[in-house]
Design a protein. Structure first.
Length: 133
């Protein structure tokens, strides 16, 4: 699993660039509140994906059969967290609901695209070779 975690650094790097781009776009289109909301959305998406990775890695250390249930639970928790944060922003009076929502979407697309490119280029064997052979 150590090899397959190699995508975290590039994902965080590209998410950082996406955060800066989202802040710039938000600032240009609708001011400081939109910039902060869009950047916060990208950061929230990146932290959500990283949290899922770390939870699955922890589950794998206990038992490999736990990885799918933990991945599904973290997915549901992540979506509930995103909805709760957007609900708080909506009722707080902060004019950043749509920029934050678009930031979350942009952050998710950025993370998944980077992870997909990393996976396409990675040389990970799809079977585990037995040491005894």
């Amino acid at each position: 699993m150590k090899t397959s975690r190699g995508f975290l650094k590039p994902c965080f790097a590209v998410s950082g660039a996406a955060l800066l781009a989202a802040a710039a776009i938000g600032l240009i289109l609708d001011g400081a509140d939109a910039a902060a909301g869009a950047a916060s959305g990208v950061a929230l998406a990146a932290l959500g994906f990283a949290g899922s990775v770390w939870a699955v890695i922890g589950a794998e250390k206990i038992d490999i059969r736990l990885t799918l249930p933990v991945a599904l639970v973290t997915y549901v928790v992540k979506l509930m967290l995103f909805a709760a944060v957007l609900g708080v922003v909506r009722f707080s009076g902060w004019e950043a609901l749509w920029p934050m929502a678009f930031g979350i979407i942009g952050g998710a697309v950025t993370w998944l695209t980077t992870q997909g490119i990393w996976l396409y280029r990675a040389k990970i064997p799809y079977i585990e070779l037995d040491e005894r052979a």
